[in-house]
Design a protein around this ligand. Structure first.
Ligand SMILES: *Cc1c(COP(=O)(O)O)cnc(C)c1O
Length: 456
């Protein structure tokens, strides 16, 4: 039976002589179409051998070949509308870039003065594009940029402490979602981890008594995605800087997100400011470009010039440096911070975090009415109260009151509804809560964006 089916499979050439594939070969190149036909035949062959294909149809194989072709040509990168309720959602690319930053990406697609000094006509430094802005916004003496904050931590530790001991409190040995585990990063940086204190309490004396001849620095990590409550004690940065001074050891702080503006001005909980850490005497501060800062994926290293200089000289810097699209959009994002009055209007991350509830409710009502107009039938839509999260490991446990559109259906469940919205173009990402599919409007500026592209 299987042998008979295998023998019945047409050849590549026979399939290519069919009208539809001949037409496809005039629209696309012949090798591309031939490749798709081969793949479709291969899939059928495996299906026959596995017993899942029990008949051979020429027309069906033509269709399959065209489907393979469509799949090959379709972009893997797809636009997603964020109605998830998480403002900085790591899995969909965290911060939404401002218009200014998007324009910068477009013009930087061509040639720019990336490492070319237009004044002297000679070689420039790519850090020059953003360093003055970073210095101004953080108060640091110097700054450099790498691909992400994990790289910033890795490069800083490898530059300043390779082969030596890094002293850190047990309460700060964090794991950030995915694969960032501080103890592992310290090891991969070539450093020796020296834990001090306990999970809930670490005292100044714990740091001081850990110092030996091979200690390179004190490390402090912002516990971004959890809080330790109850019987706790932590050595604050200013105090740690004092201990560092007494032992002539630098203090490095990983702020995770950090912020360049005081978010309490926008009614949000205060996140540590990079400028405060610099002011308190941290020798190096590292933070992400795409968390609360609201820019492209990048990691920023700011601090004392002597340390930033030795970080820059590390050959690993070359392996971790960002590209021109990142630097151009980071510069455009940082520039927005110069005008703090207009920042919340122009920086989507801040605009979404501080969006007035009335505004979100209005968008939710509009979306509910557009959805019921478009989908109607057995679906129902209602505007309800819920909470959004900041995400990106920032402001752990802090909830933002929001309004959601709850989508229900007479017969199909929330998982199925979620699938339908994900299959739309662009994909619409909501969330399921207590067995209901919700579209959180906090991060959706145009209510029409949550209306799917096709009727179900
Ligand atoms: C998010 C975070 C990181 C990792 O930053 P990426 O930019 O995602 O690489 C490192 N440390 C802390 C404390 C963080 O919050």
């Amino acid at each position: 039976m299987k042998k008979r089916l295998l023998r019945a499979l047409p050849s590549v050439d026979e399939l290519l002589r069919s009208d539809r594939l001949k037409e496809a070969a005039t629209l696309h190149s012949l090798p591309l179409v031939t490749g798709s036909v081969r793949m479709a035949l291969e899939e059928s062959r495996s299906g026959i051998l596995a017993g899942s294909v029990t008949e051979v149809s020429f027309d069906r194989l033509v269709e399959d070949s065209l489907e393979v072709l469509r799949r090959t040509l379709a972009s893997k990168v797809r636009k997603v509308i964020n109605a998830s309720g998480t403002v900085l959602h790591t899995n969909i690319g965290r911060a939404v870039l401002s218009e200014e930053a998007q324009e910068a990406v477009v013009f930087a697609s061509g040639n720019i003065n990336l490492e070319f000094d237009l004044d002297t006509g000679g070689r420039g430094e790519r850090d020059n594009l953003v360093e003055d802005l970073l210095k101004r916004l953080t108060g640091a003496e110097a700054a450099t940029v790498v691909n992400n904050n994990a790289a910033a931590v890795l490069l800083t530790l490898n530059s300043l402490a390779e082969g030596k001991e890094v002293v850190i409190s047990r309460g700060e040995l964090i794991e950030i979602g995915g694969s960032f585990r501080l103890p592992e990063i310290i090891k991969k940086s070539g450093c020796v981890l020296k834990e001090v204190g306990t999970t809930n309490r670490t005292h100044p004396g714990d740091y001081a008594s850990a110092v030996t001849g091979s200690t390179a620095l004190f490390f402090k990590a912002h516990t971004s995605n959890y809080t330790v409550v109850g019987f706790t004690a932590e050595v604050g940065l200013p105090e740690l800087v004092g201990i560092g001074k007494r032992h002539a050891l630098p203090v490095v702080e990983d702020l995770g997100s950090g912020s360049l503006v005081d978010l309490s001005r926008y009614g949000l909980p205060k996140e540590p400011l990079v400028s405060e850490s610099i002011e308190a005497g941290a020798d190096i501060v590292t933070f992400s470009g795409d968390k609360l800062l609201g820019g492209p994926q990048s990691g920023i290293i700011a601090g004392k010039k002597e340390f930033v200089d030795s970080i820059r000289k590390n050959p690993l810097k070359r392996a971790l440096r960002p590209g021109k699209l990142t630097l151009a959009s980071l510069e455009a994002t940082l520039r927005l911070y110069l005008d703090s009055e207009r920042l919340a209007g122009r920086l989507p991350t801040l605009r979404h975090l501080s969006r007035p509830l009335g505004d979100i409710e209005e968008a939710a009502k509009k979306a509910a009415s557009l959805l019921s107009e478009f989908l109607g039938g057995s679906f129902s839509f209602s505007v309800e109260d819920s909470d959004s999260a900041v995400g990106g490991g920032s402001m752990p446990g802090h909830k933002l009151s929001t309004k959601v559109v709850s989508v229900t259906h007479g017969t199909v469940g929330p998982e199925r509804i979620m699938r339908l919205f994900l299959d739309s173009t662009p994909a619409i990402l909501g969330r399921i809560n207590k067995d209901r599919f919700l579209l959180d409007m906090r991060t959706v500026e145009d209510p029409a964006d949550v209306v799917p592209s096709v009727r179900f």
